[in-house]
Design a protein around this ligand. Structure first.
Ligand code: NAI
Length: 333
């Protein structure tokens, strides 16, 4: 059996945590022969609820779960961890602007970046979920300079899965028959959900480009893109809470593919540090199409970008530059 993995989930008493922890502890992410110790961090007032989550985990009677550490102390939570899933943040409420969230969350991710630097294994892999996810990820990485920037990523897999879901509904196939969709840029309403390289295997068994399968460019531009961009807000409006079940599923997908690799004929979207690919400013934390193998991601190269796509990619990059500048300013306060 493999060596025990220490997996930190922050904000573990929250609603994403509640949907996520079972899957991690059950081996759905790191494999059915991988023992796990969960480190669960939340703020002091949430420790009572977190204790209840621990009781439930015990009651799940999971063979891979070796221990559950519940704490409000970063020094305990980040000690010797292999994986960090940074979910804890102030969630966006109906009508709330992302910018309002930025300053409050930058403080959290500066502190957690420092805790990663001080207490985590240098090989730790970090997934930032708490919003604004790209910028929080950039800040955490900045304050953990001895951990490679490639070990940091942020969640745009939910947007990726949403895009696949919309195409599947439109073309009457399952999401598994939709491949090579891409989310470019920020996990926000400026993201660019791109179908120009996507493929759909139809019920007949024939594989077509998504554009040929859909045969409705107007739908792609004026329905598909805004639906995916604004899906988070639609869920908040309906549930009065942000997405949790689908977010937890996307976190599991992201981590599993990073750990075990992506399928040969597909790619996934991850927010990662730009190396300048596709003209995206080097150092920006931007969502790209990536393939994973040997626990490492690589940006898919060589995709054709036309003027229309370039414009949308630049718009979301511009938002990320502004968020980064605001965040760096907030860090120095
Ligand atoms: P929630 O409010 O139910 O839970 C958040 C938890 O984090 C709470 O238990 C809270 O006490 C805790 N927390 C707050 N500050 C903390 C800190 N400094 N350290 C540790 N824990 C802390 O929120 P929910 O629904 O679980 O969402 C969490 C975050 O994930 C939000 O920022 C939300 O916007 C984001 N999100 C991101 C998605 C993405 O695709 N990137 C998708 C859905 C949500």
């Amino acid at each position: 059996m493999a060596e025990t993995l220490r997996v930190l989930v922050t904000g573990a008493a929250g609603q994403i945590g509640y949907s996520l922890l079972y899957s991690i502890a059950n081996g759905d992410v790191f494999g059915k022969d991988q023992p796990i110790i969960l480190h669960l961090l939340d703020i002091t007032p949430a420790l009572g609820a977190l204790g209840g989550v621990k009781l439930e985990l015990e009651d799940c009677s999971l063979p891979l779960l070796r221990d559950v550490v519940c704490t409000d102390q970063e020094a305990v939570a980040f000690k010797d961890i292999d994986i960090a899933v940074l979910v804890g943040a102030m969630p966006r409420k109906e009508g709330m602007e992302r910018k309002d969230l930025l300053a409050a969350n930058v403080r959290i991710f500066k502190s957690q970046g420092t805790a990663l630097e001080t207490h985590a294994k240098k090989t730790v892999k970090v997934l930032v979920v708490g919003n604004p996810a790209n910028t929080n990820c950039l800040i955490a990485s900045k304050y953990a300079p001895s951990i490679p920037a490639e070990n940091f990523s942020c969640l745009t897999r939910l947007d990726h899965n949403r895009a696949k879901g919309q195409v599947a509904l439109k073309t009457g196939v399952t999401a598994a028959q939709v491949r090579k969709v891409t989310i470019w840029g920020n996990h926000s309403s400026t993201q660019f959900p791109d179908l120009r390289h996507a493929e759909v295997t139809l019920a007949t068994g024939e594989t077509k480009s998504a554009y040929d399968a859909i045969q409705d460019e107007n739908w792609i531009k004026n329905t598909f893109i805004p639906v995916v961009q604004k899906r988070g807000a639609a869920i908040i409006a309906a549930r009065k809470l942000s997405s949790a079940m689908s977010a937890a599923k996307a976190i599991c997908d992201h981590l599993r593919d990073w750990w075990f690799g992506t399928p040969e004929n597909d790619w996934v979207s991850m927010g990662v540090i730009s190396d300048g690919s596709y003209g995206v400013e080097k150092g920006l934390l931007y969502s790209f199409p990536v393939k994973c193998s040997n626990k490492t991601w690589t940006i898919v190269q060589g995709l054709e970008i036309n003027d229309w796509a370039r414009d949308l990619m630049n718009k979301t990059a511009q938002e990320l530059v502004e968020e980064r500048n605001d965040a760096l300013e907030a860090c120095n306060k």
